[in-house]
Ligand binder design. Structure first.
Ligand code: RIB
Length: 311
């Protein structure tokens, strides 16, 4: 088994998912169809997808001293993520309120809870001593994200930033990121330009690439993704999925796939279709972590490197 180390520093949210036909109007009381309670949070979701692909994952974050906190830790444990650096602090865990429509599209509101009780002293050199890939999102305080980038850089490990939900990142911190992954909304926020088409996404990715140390991926849902790298910007179509149930966590499973390829030295040109395949599996079931596929379910999507990786 290949052993590669990933450190995810980020959020854990207990998700309250409501399947409903449409969003209510202001002032309207609307009747939803179904309620589901599941572990989520962008950080924890990405950690779980990496672990499901067979990577060694160490997650750093905070949950509250409530039943949700215990459930969030349990889910990481059950999926093989190391929880030695998860602290239980404060009263309440982060919560995600997710509304899922008939199309599988969703919108969500997150309550920060204990995710904002992680602080700079939690980010220390020991986390990076074996030169892991660091994965960050933006559901924890900015100063912690920026400290993680600066400490990780000292250890020569790769840094993947998923700036979701989009926040202002200092130019200095951004310039040390090896791979920036954002969706069209986040890309638009960061570039202050419209990103409503593949063409606009390619232009935006190339502009954002000037601000980072490496490459940029913009995910576009059913329009696929664009990569801006050494050879310029390129578009990758989405993997067709006839049975979309719930897109919650699709971006997180995509990042797990990209992380798998980065640590296995697989080119992003091949990583993007692989990650898109993973993502397309995840949207066929409700929720985040429980919907994510294991490596054997998607290994066939890796072509050029299949022999080298799987024998
Ligand atoms: O990316 C999906 C996740 O975003 C959900 O699990 C929710 O908790 C929010 O963090």
């Amino acid at each position: 088994m290949l052993q590669h180390n990933i450190v995810v520093i980020g959020s854990l949210n207990y998700d309250i998912l409501v399947q409903q036909d449409r969003l209510p109007e202001i002032g309207e009381t609307f009747t939803g169809n179904e309620l589901m309670l599941m572990p989520g949070g962008k950080g924890a979701n990405q950690a779980v997808q990496c672990a499901k692909l067979g990577l060694n994952v160490n997650m750093v974050g905070c949950v509250g001293n409530d039943i949700y906190g215990s459930e969030l830790i349990k889910s990481l444990n059950e999926n093989g993520v190391s929880v030695d650096n998860i602290s239980q602090r404060g009263k309440t865990s982060g919560i995600g309120i997710v509304q899922i429509l008939e199309s599988g599209d969703y919108c969500s509101t997150i309550i920060k809870g204990a995710n904002y009780l992680i602080s700079e002293p939690d980010i220390h050199d020991g986390l990076f001593s074996d030169r892991p890939l660091l994965i960050l999102q933006s559901e924890i305080p900015d100063r912690v994200v920026e400290r993680a980038i600066s400490v990780a850089r000292r250890h020569d490990c790769q840094i993947l930033l998923n700036n979701a939900p989009a926040r202002e990142i200092s130019p200095q911190a951004l310039s040390q990121v090896d791979l920036l992954v954002v969706n069209e909304t986040e890309a638009s926020f960061m570039s202050k330009t419209a990103v409503t088409s593949v063409k606009e996404a390619m232009t935006c990715a190339a502009a954002l690439q000037q601000k980072v140390n490496g490459r940029v991926i913009i995910t576009l849902g059913e329009k696929g993704a664009v990569l801006s790298g050494d050879a310029g910007a390129r578009h990758y179509p989405a993997v067709f999925c006839p049975d979309v149930v719930d897109t919650t966590g699709a971006g997180d499973s995509f990042i797990g796939g990209i992380a798998y390829c980065l640590v296995n030295n697989i080119d992003l040109e091949e990583a993007i279709p692989f990650a898109a395949k993973i993502s397309s599996c995840s949207i066929q079931k409700y929720g985040g972590q429980s919907s994510f596929p294991m490596l054997p379910d998607v290994a066939h999507a890796l072509t050029q490197n299949r022999q080298r990786l799987f024998g």
